[in-house]
Design a binder for this molecule. Structure first.
Ligand SMILES: Cc1cc2nc3c(=O)[nH]c(=O)nc-3n(C[C@H](O)[C@H](O)[C@H](O)COP(=O)(O)OP(=O)(O)OC[C@H]3O[C@@H](n4cnc5c(N)ncnc54)[C@H](O)[C@@H]3O)c2cc1C
Length: 317
């Protein structure tokens, strides 16, 4: 079986769920090798990666990797592609992952696929393109397939790998050192899961009506252990912070379950959520376009429906 490189996403050593998903996916196509970039590597990280099937772990845990935005990560992967000739490289289809993928494709003269929501034999990807307007199946035809896969595309399943470590020295090139990070400010992390990684997302739109009313959306989200999202109408009105906007100019989410309340379903909103596995809609207008992509829809007033739903879920806990 051939080697597949998986770039590990982590925050200060804590591995993100999407990496476990990518390892799970890579196992169906070859032998996964995790690529660790940046500080924070230790026994816990090693154990986690091996638990999800990493046969090898390439460790480049120098500060140099993270001091210069994404360029050193692309260089690291390019070097591994040259040295190891892997069958493919998988990264998370996050803002950073996609930039790494693009740079890596240029460096290795390879094709790249982003926003994949599935990957099968021959590295044929199910891909959501043109802002989610079109779904296609694509395959890289030149060089090493580089595929950026959206979080939540695969359920992570543990299956032990050897986890053999190989240290990789990193020396970013002069070009990679052209822009240096001079300060980092940590975003306050709430108790809810991160929006782009959450298995369940509950979003509110203009129909929610005010910042105070978003408490209804938050209560439903908390009853489900979900992240909260919002349409641009809601974030532009300052009812909910901008970082929670879902859509073309916001975050792209692909959860197992997406609940949209008081959202009409404009194409720009759909672009960020329509690859969700199951979509539930609450909207008082039966003609709202979001019903076109709904698996389940409730035509009703969200101020009646959402609290009842929350109550029912709480009762069943
Ligand atoms: C370049 C560009 C980029 C954009 N990027 C984004 C983006 O990233 N994300 C995004 O979301 N939008 C984006 N937009 C804006 C997008 O076009 C829409 O304007 C926006 O998504 C509308 O938000 P909404 O559905 O909440 O509001 P509306 O379209 O006003 O819909 C509100 C819905 O709530 C329903 N409603 C009202 N009251 C209730 C109630 N009590 N109970 C139940 N339902 C109720 C109504 O029936 C209606 O369907 C972008 C637009 C442009 C031009």
């Amino acid at each position: 079986m051939s080697e597949i490189l998986v770039l590990v996403e982590h925050v200060d050593g804590e591995i993100k769920k999407v990496t476990l998903e990518l390892l799970t996916l890579a196992r169906t196509l070859g032998e996964p090798s995790a690529v660790w970039a940046g500080p924070g590597y230790g026994d816990a990280a090693k154990a986690k990666l091996a638990e999800y099937g990493a046969d090898k772990i390439y460790v480049a845990d120098s500060d140099e990797v993270v001091n210069y935005v994404v360029a050193p990560k692309a260089e690291l992967l390019a070097r591994l592609v040259a040295d190891k000739s892997p069958a493919a490289v998988l990264v998370a289809s996050t803002v950073e992952g996609k930039e790494v993928a693009g740079r890596l494709a240029v460096k290795t003269d390879s094709g790249v696929i982003t926003d994949a929501v599935g990957l099968g034999e021959g590295f044929v990807a199910d891909q959501s393109i043109f802002g989610g307007g079109v779904n296609v199946r694509s395959r890289v035809t030149k060089g090493t397939p580089i595929v950026a896969v959206r979080p939540n595309s695969t359920a992570p399943v543990a299956a032990a790998g050897a986890g053999a470590e190989e240290k990789v020295e990193v020396a970013p090139s002069e070009a990679a050192r052209a822009a240096k990070i001079v300060e980092r400010v940590k975003e306050e992390k709430g108790a809810r899961p991160e929006l782009t990684e959450a298995a369940i997302v509950v979003s509110g739109g203009r129909g929610v009506g005010s910042a105070e009313n978003f408490a209804i959306i938050e209560k439903l989200a908390d009853s489900l252990g979900a992240a909260v999202g919002a349409s641009r109408a809601a974030t532009d009105a300052k009812w909910y912070p901008h970082q929670f906007q879902v859509g073309q100019t916001g975050k792209t989410v692909s959860p197992q379950l997406y609940i949209a309340a008081g959202i009409s379903g404009a194409i720009q909103h759909r672009a960020g959520m329509q690859t969700s596995k199951t979509i539930i809609v609450v909207n008082k207008d039966p003609e709202a376009p979001i019903f076109e992509i709904a698996d389940f829809g409730v035509v009703g007033d969200l101020f009646q429906v959402v609290p009842q739903l929350t109550e029912e879920i709480e009762k069943r806990k």
